[in-house]
Design a protein around this ligand. Structure first.
Ligand code: HEM
Ligand code: HEM
Length: 186
């Protein structure tokens, strides 16, 4: 189905639009929670220790949402980059989208791998259901996965900032109104 008479698609499919905003909220919440929980004192951990299982559960939920998005994306007709966008900006946005998708898969997988290899792990719950920890316990690999989870999560945050900055620039600074991409995702 197309949005215009000449067959061009003007907006993302409704399922991708809905999942984009749900996932955006979840990812920003996860980064805020991750940052907070890793800076808590022992007394705060005792009090707000539930942040860990919630972080793991919502992190796995994001992984599932992203896999669903990629499956929908593979079948759907998606809008072309707006013709009003200079080539280098269209290319930059494509690279940023692809890198964000890659990180949205790798970051939760690193989180799971970290918890799974951690010798003193409390387990990986998915909203109360125990998820099997498939990797062997190993302190060295735990440290590697922990480092990757942290560095890649903050790299994702940097890309999200660039992404949001780009969307706002197209809406508010670009003279050509056809460069505004927000209605395509709204
Ligand atoms: C954690 C936060 C976010 C993540 C991870 C994220 C990720 C993405 C990804 C991967 C795409 C590509 C969609 C596809 O081709 O399937 C996309 C598109 C888009 N996002 Fe975000 N996004 C986030 C937050 C936001 C916010 C806050 C805004 C608004 C200011 C926004 C505006 C858009 C727009 C307008 C598009 C469509 C771009 C186009 O038409 O080419 N995103 N986003
Ligand atoms: C998109 C999904 C996820 C994002 C964006 C994310 C983000 C983060 C961030 C920013 C931190 C703080 C890192 C630091 O400052 O040291 C963190 C910590 C943590 N995350 Fe995630 N996370 C995600 C998914 C997961 C998953 C699926 C799990 C496990 C199943 C997980 C387990 C953990 C654990 C255990 C910590 C604490 C690490 C420590 O104590 O050093 N995360 N996460």
């Amino acid at each position: 189905m197309s949005d215009t008479e000449d067959g061009r698609i003007e907006r993302y499919p409704p399922a991708l639009r809905l999942l984009h905003w749900v996932r955006a909220l979840l990812v920003l919440g996860l980064i805020a929670a991750g940052w907070t929980m890793t800076r808590m004192s022992d007394a705060q951990v005792a009090r707000y220790g539930d942040l860990y299982p919630w972080h793991k559960s919502f992190g796995l939920l994001v992984l599932m949402i992203v896999l669903v998005q990629l499956a929908i994306r593979a079948r759907a007709r998606l809008p072309e980059p707006p013709a009003a966008l200079p080539r280098h900006e269209a290319m930059l946005s494509r690279v940023v989208h692809r890198t964000m998708y890659a990180l949205l898969v790798v970051v939760p997988v690193m989180g799971y791998s970290m918890s799974s290899t951690y010798t003193h792990s409390d387990g990986v719950p998915f909203f109360g259901l125990p998820v099997p920890e498939l990797l062997p316990k190993n302190d060295h690999w735990f440290a590697v996965f922990q480092w990757l989870h942290r560095v890649l999560a903050y790299t994702l945050l940097g890309l999200v900032a660039l992404h949001v900055g780009g969307a706002l620039k197209h809406r508010f600074l670009d003279r050509d109104r056809r460069a505004d991409v927000l209605p395509r995702m709204w």
